[in-house]
Design a protein around this ligand. Structure first.
Ligand SMILES: [Fe+2]
Ligand SMILES: [Fe+2]
Length: 275
């Protein structure tokens, strides 16, 4: 029976908000625990600058020494001003991400016991992300119909026992403190994930860690929202990452919480769900 171990972190924000002691501790943790998969759910940078991407690239290379790494972009990694509202070259908005991190913005990773599918929800400023809250125009995430169809293809030949995992940036569940969804049209997206029989969704963006379980007719979906590894955690809470074990009959999510006094991540709450 195969068990898959996953290190889920998000919103590293390399640049001013990143805290060196925290990402160094994270590198140590990944090297020691030798996770099968390290999933980074976007916002690698603060302003999509080359120097920030280079630091993120070094972090990814370090993790690749022991684990398979899957990463997708977040809204901070998009240079939306290069093609607002589809004006100009649409490909330009993620050119830096592609150059420094991965040319594939929606990678798929197959390991024994699970399939991980990247889903890019950061499309810059488009007609769908326009909102009356002007400061939000480049922040809101969207899932396009064609992307759901792509996921359906990715999951078609998955073995029945293998876990189906979606890695995306924007939180489909409302943050407890923010009281907001990062994703637009969450009911439609969550309905599509249920239809795809997704076992687990890994996301971030809210800067507050949370673990949810959504029950539906066929089976449930666990949603792991990782906090941030920067000094931008919501409500003055400590930074955290999620350590996940996917076994054939359950998914266990343990939150590892940053402790200033230990200068390390320490065990936090653990939640366990039947598959
Ligand atoms: Fe973020
Ligand atoms: Fe974000």
């Amino acid at each position: 029976m195969t068990t898959v171990t996953v290190f889920h972190c998000s919103d590293l924000h390399f640049g001013h908000p990143a805290v060196p002691a925290q990402y160094e501790a994270m590198e140590t943790l990944i090297a020691e625990r030798r996770y099968d998969v390290v999933a980074i759910s976007g916002d690698l940078t603060q302003r999509a600058r080359s120097g920030e991407f280079q630091r993120a690239r070094a972090f990814i290379r370090h993790a690749e020494r022991t684990s398979k790494v899957l990463c997708i972009p977040g809204n901070h990694d998009v240079q939306w001003w290069k093609a607002p509202l589809g004006l100009g070259d649409d490909g330009a908005i993620l050119a830096s991400y592609r150059r420094w991190v991965n040319a594939d913005i929606e990678p798929v990773l197959r390991v024994p016991g699970a399939v991980f599918a990247g889903l890019n929800t950061s499309h810059g400023v488009t007609r769908q992300t326009l909102t009356w809250r002007l400061r939000d125009i480049s922040i809101i995430g969207i899932v396009r119909r064609a992307q759901i169809e792509r996921l359906r293809k990715v999951f078609t030949d998955v073995r029945p026992d293998d876990a189906r995992v979606i890695v995306m940036h924007h939180n489909p569940m409302k943050g407890e403190l923010s009281q907001r969804h990062g994703l637009k049209d969450t009911a439609r997206a969550l309905g599509a994930f249920a239809d795809l029989q997704a076992d687990l969704v890994l996301c971030g963006h809210d800067h507050q860690d949370a673990i949810h379980y959504i029950e539906h007719t066929r089976k449930g979906t666990v949603i792991s929202t990782a906090g941030t590894l920067s000094n931008r955690m919501r409500g003055g809470r400590p930074s955290s990452v999620n350590s996940i074990r996917i076994s054939p009959d359950q998914i266990e999510v343990s939150t590892l919480v940053w402790s200033d006094s230990d200068s390390a991540f320490v065990a936090g709450p653990v939640k366990c769900f039947k598959r």
